[in-house]
Design a protein around this ligand. Structure first.
Ligand code: V1D
Ligand code: CA
Length: 424
């Protein structure tokens, strides 16, 4: 069933030319590199490939303030020179992390147009899965840029999906908290947001603590999974799978948006997790099994050769053909970037300690599953609080058993009970 899904893929060949500046870690060129691998692996033959239509200012005004968008159009035309007004620049946060650069508004029009076009296709059943690796700019606020993000294509795409779907599930596996999307839907139960992220040590943006669950009708419909450095594949799956199983069972979403920020990979320039590409892509595979319409967007990712590898492999996963993608990279335009091994897959960093031990993972899981007991499919009905269902209950029992055995000093039995290796 999975490999029969109709997959649309949006790509604008101009994207790689937008440039945040020399010392800035965000490089849109990585999307061009990913695209080249997708082509050289032959994956494009199984995709419906689209060039996005540019979104208009009116399209973006469904979420953003017009004065902010108008300022971005001025910035677009003249770059930094056109926006000499320091007070407006400060008001809209167009400095530091979010510099004004030549073409900044056209860049936004392109990646927003792709996410919006994808949402429209999903609404009309023209695709089962839509991919936009240039999108996923989850920090942008209504009237401000933030964290390398100017216009929030995710919020705009979700608003589009809500025209045809009662409930939309948003999942964010970027190492940073998906604060802009969470904030936009914090008071509604029509969108359930789940973000997995590094939390603490003043890591950007500093939000996404476990107590942040939403307000009013949206209370409990914002889910945060705060994590520490060194998350590995087993630890990530230990949380991701039971949480998402439980979210889908309780919330019954009609569509999914998956932000696939690649800064959660091992070796990232800004990130501190230790995920391999297979561990990252396991999240896609897991969500595909629900058979729901799904929009997949990019996000962060600052070791660009790994971002390209990751998103090319995830394209194969979303097509259901990853088993036939060789680990040897095909000859491609950017071949020298991939030295010294010229392989697709990554090995975790054996020297990076996983600061998420079995106890902390079990505590996070318990807190999240407790909060999820309040969830029911919107529109709201009378509240019932049954315990966690199936897989989530089993995971909790395994964690509790592992904890008990560890406390008894039987480490070997504990590893067998929890089936993972989070301490090494
Ligand atoms: F290292 C840098 C060099 C140049 C410019 C910026 C940075 C940088 C690194 N990390 N900026 C950050 C983060 N900003 C701060 C600011 C310091 N201030 C007081 C706040 O720590 C921002 C990180 C943004 C991450 C973006 C993202 O990966 O989540 C993303 N997702 O989709 C698109 C981007
Ligand atoms: Ca995240």
């Amino acid at each position: 069933m999975e490999n029969k899904r109709k997959v649309s893929y949006y790509y604008d060949s101009d994207v790689g030319d937008y440039y945040y500046g020399m010392s800035h870690p965000m490089k849109p060129h990585r999307v061009r590199m990913a695209h080249d691998l997708i082509v050289r692996y032959g994956l494009y033959k199984q995709l419906q490939v689209y060039k996005p239509l540019h979104a208009t200012l009116d399209d973006m005004a469904a979420f953003h303030h017009r004065d902010y968008l108008e300022y971005l159009t001025v910035a677009d035309r003249g770059g930094d020179r056109a926006t000499a007004n320091a007070s407006l620049k400060a008001k809209f946060n167009l400095k530091g992390d979010c510099p004004v650069f030549e073409g900044v508004f056209r860049y936004c029009q392109s990646y927003v147009g792709a996410s919006l076009g994808g949402a429209v296709q999903l609404n009309h059943g023209q695709a089962d899965t839509v991919i936009n690796w240039a999108g996923g700019l989850h920090h942008a606020k209504t009237n401000q840029a933030a964290g390398f993000c100017y216009v929030n294509d995710i919020v705009l795409a979700i608003l589009e999906l809500l025209k045809y779907h009662k409930r939309v599930l948003y999942i964010d596996i970027d190492i940073h908290h998906g604060d802009g999307v969470e904030e936009a839907f914090f008071d509604t139960d029509r969108v359930l947001t789940v973000s997995f992220h590094k939390y603490g040590d003043d890591f950007f943006p500093g939000t996404g603590g476990p107590e942040e669950v939403g307000v009013d009708t949206g209370k409990y419909y914002a889910v945060n999974v705060p994590l520490d450095d060194g998350m590995d594949d087993a630890s990530f799956a230990f949380l991701f799978e039971p949480i998402m199983e439980e979210v889908v069972a309780r919330y019954r979403p009609e569509a999914i948006v998956l932000q696939s920020g690649a800064d959660s990979l091992t070796g990232d320039r800004l990130g501190r997790f230790n995920l391999t590409i297979k561990g990252h892509a396991a999240c896609h595979k897991f969500m595909m099994k629900f058979g729901l319409p799904m929009l997949v967007v990019g996000g962060g990712g600052y070791k660009i050769k790994n971002v390209a590898r990751c998103w090319a492999y995830e394209t194969a996963v979303l097509l259901g053909v990853e088993a036939s993608v060789p680990d040897d990279l095909p000859p491609n335009e950017y071949y020298e970037y991939f030295k010294p091994d010229y392989k697709l897959h990554l090995t975790p960093d054996a020297t990076l300690k996983n600061r998420n031990d079995q106890g902390s993972l079990a505590r996070v899981l318990r807190t999240v599953l407790d909060n999820l007991r309040h969830i029911r499919p919107a529109p709201a009905g009378p509240e019932q609080l049954p315990g966690p269902a199936g897989a989530a209950q089993q995971q909790l029992e395994k964690a509790a058993e592992a904890g008990r055995r560890r406390a008894e000093g039987d480490a070997r039995a504990s590893d067998q009970a929890d089936g993972m290796d989070v301490d090494r």
